[in-house]
Design a protein around this ligand. Sequence first.
Ligand code: GDP
Ligand code: IMO
Ligand code: MG
Length: 429
Amino acid sequence: MSKADVVIGCFYGDEGKGKVIDYLAAEADIAVRATGGDNAGHTIQVGGVKYAMHLIPSGLLSGHTTGVIGNGVVLNPQVLLEEVDNLREHGYDVERYLKISEKAQVILPYHRLLDVALEKRRAGSKIGTTGKGIGPAYCDKYERVGLRVEDLYAADFREKLAELSASRTALLKFYDPEIDETDENLDFEKLYRDYSNFADRLRPYVCDTVTLLHKAVEEGKRVIVEGAQATLLDIDFGSYPFVTSSNPTIGGILTGTSLSASDIGNVYGVIKAYSSRVGAGPYVTELLDETGDRIRELGHEYGTTTGRPRRCGWLDLVALKYARRVNGLTALAVNHLDTVGKFDRIKVCTAYDVNGTVTEDFSTNVNLLNSAKPVYEELEGDFGDISACRRFEELPGAAQDYIRFIEDYIGIPVKFIGVGADRDAMIVR
Ligand code: GDP
Ligand code: IMO
Ligand code: MG
């Protein structure tokens, strides 16, 4: 039996999970995605080529790792097929290395339209979703009407699709009475044609990933799980309602793959040496000043999926401790140490002051988060150019101190340190 290592985002996404997965994939047989859909955007920079992975597990980029799209994923076939084509053009043997769970839920055009219509109705209290239809697709799943990948091949596919399409179109019209009824996305015959075509093209990849993963673990194969989104975007443990519609935390990793608790080995939590958030909702260490702007520019903090400028701020150790507790993190990956090292002084949040009460315990209560003021400790920056460092000892003293400060506070080791965007720009301890 082998143990599966898991990579989980600790804050609001975009911590550089893709890069850590890419590193681990060099030694992995299987990389599996458990939750979310193409709201994720995982960037891997391989020499001059930049890959933005939305649905296909980043691990596939190793060239020898099987990428599994697990049962917990909501899958937009069109987006997936575009990714398949792109990887093929770059020489990847996708036919051989991609597997899709027959139980994954299928995103349909009205999921995206509903997502956008619902956001429009929220007016002053928008969530800032990616508009990919993620929430509505998970709603269909939990209403037990959603289409699974296996349904695309069932004898009654047309009937099921027709029923769903009729009820969801009615819902869409309810939420957006001004919707253009001639929109081709609402044309049932086109929908049926498109999805029959997608089904044909996806067929070679579809399989029983549950048995595949169980056997892999039993045969001692090396499995890694590629978390998408992050702890504070979790539907239960995040800043609800400003969250995504799945459980990107450790529980969702299990239910989204079929791995059991005892199958799990290392749980790596990924953070940046600062923080960012894209979309609305509370963010205690957000910097709305020129320091925040400078982090954004230095870190190139613009969304991989939507291109939106990300909100930026200092590292929040209160939130990180919470992520350690929720996920049972065993070690950390700290990316963008190079970026934070460009500041001469670096602040780190070590407590929240909530109306005069100082606490180190995170709470997902939105009112509490909105009134929390960060209590900072200031550390020395100015690391110089660290992008060529490959061993911890090569880092300047101030950079080592920064990492040790995080370790002392959180109580688990920092195993990976990102010193640049490129695949190799990483220190592994
Ligand atoms: P993910 O969604 O967690 O995989 O993260 P994203 O790919 O959305 O965002 C992380 C961004 O930071 C990407 O543009 C990466 O190329 C970049 N990145 C990751 N690690 C580092 C690092 O250590 N230093 C620098 N400068 N960039 C990094
Ligand atoms: P990766 O895997 C950052 C955010 C959206 C929005 C909220 C709900 O790249 O880290 P949704 O479309 O999921 O209903 O949007 O969640 N969000 C992400 N933010 N990185 C992601 O993924 C995200 N996936 C969703 O911006 O605030
Ligand atoms: Mg991302």
